[in-house]
Design a protein around this ligand. Structure first.
Ligand SMILES: [Fe+2]
Ligand SMILES: [Fe+2]
Length: 249
């Protein structure tokens, strides 16, 4: 059994909601991230209102680190209808920004594939939206399905040894524990978990968005899920070892 992937250390945080007044909050810990992790994932809601001024704060906070930084945007980062400009600011600072796309980073000889999407709501088994009735309801549900399908395709297509799924919305209800049940359909979708479980060798799924949720969950297919929203993990980032998912060699 190869154990190389167990050496891959993944740092992750979401929902930092940066603006000028909290600039520098995370930087002291980030200066040491290279000693503790091989890659840093940002799970969306990096800004408060999705402005380019706030994005420049994110670029200043998370740019120039010792490890690759791979990010997705969250719903807050879309609020000002400037998501492309926000992503451009982050990419100009050296971050990789994913949206239904993927990237592969070589970490100590292990090709780690990361596919990312903001994702969307829709709910979970037994309590989910359906593509039925009014056009608005069908559009809401259809968007969640289409995003999950495109994300799943990006995840499965990665040419790598082990995969990481990076989303803003949650793929499972377990990591929402602590949030009001009534808003679960706005916090995640079972279709994201279906996409994750359909891809091979997924070692970790990371999400944010659920500020009052719980850190740990598992997809129905057995992939570990971690809610890394800053209000949940209460530190600059958490570090996870990729679980052993590769076939024996
Ligand atoms: Fe958030
Ligand atoms: Fe959010």
């Amino acid at each position: 059994m190869t154990v190389r992937e167990n050496r891959v250390r993944v740092a992750a945080v979401g929902d930092v909601h940066l603006d000028a007044d909290v600039l520098g909050r995370y930087r002291p810990a980030l200066e040491h991230v290279g000693e503790k992790a091989d890659v840093l994932l940002l799970a969306g809601d990096l800004t408060r209102h999705g402005t380019t001024d706030e994005a420049r704060c994110v670029a200043q906070e998370f740019g120039g680190l010792a490890v690759p930084v791979v990010a997705i945007l969250g719903n807050h980062d879309y609020h000002s209808d400037q998501e492309y400009e926000v992503a451009k600011v982050l990419e100009d600072a050296g971050l990789t920004v994913l949206e239904c796309t993927g990237t592969v980073v070589d970490l100590d000889g292990v090709r780690v594939g990361i596919a990312g999407t903001k994702g969307f709501g829709g709910g979970f088994a037994g309590a989910c939206a359906s593509e039925f009735g009014e056009p608005e309801m069908k559009a809401f549900t259809r968007h969640g399905r289409e995003v999950a399908e495109r994300f799943g395709h990006a995840l499965a297509q990665l040419d790598c040894d082990v995969r990481i799924a990076l989303t803003h919305y949650s793929p499972v209800p377990e990591t929402l524990l602590g949030e009001p049940l009534e808003i679960y359909p706005f916090l995640g979708s079972y279709q994201l978990a279906q996409a994750i479980d359909a891809a091979p060798t997924v070692g970790l799924a990371v999400h944010g968005h659920a500020h009052a949720g719980s850190e740990r969950g598992t997809t129905p297919g057995g992939v570990p899920v971690r809610n890394v929203a800053h209000p949940v993990i209460k530190q600059a980032y958490n570090v996870y070892q990729l679980s052993s998912v590769l076939a024996p060699v």
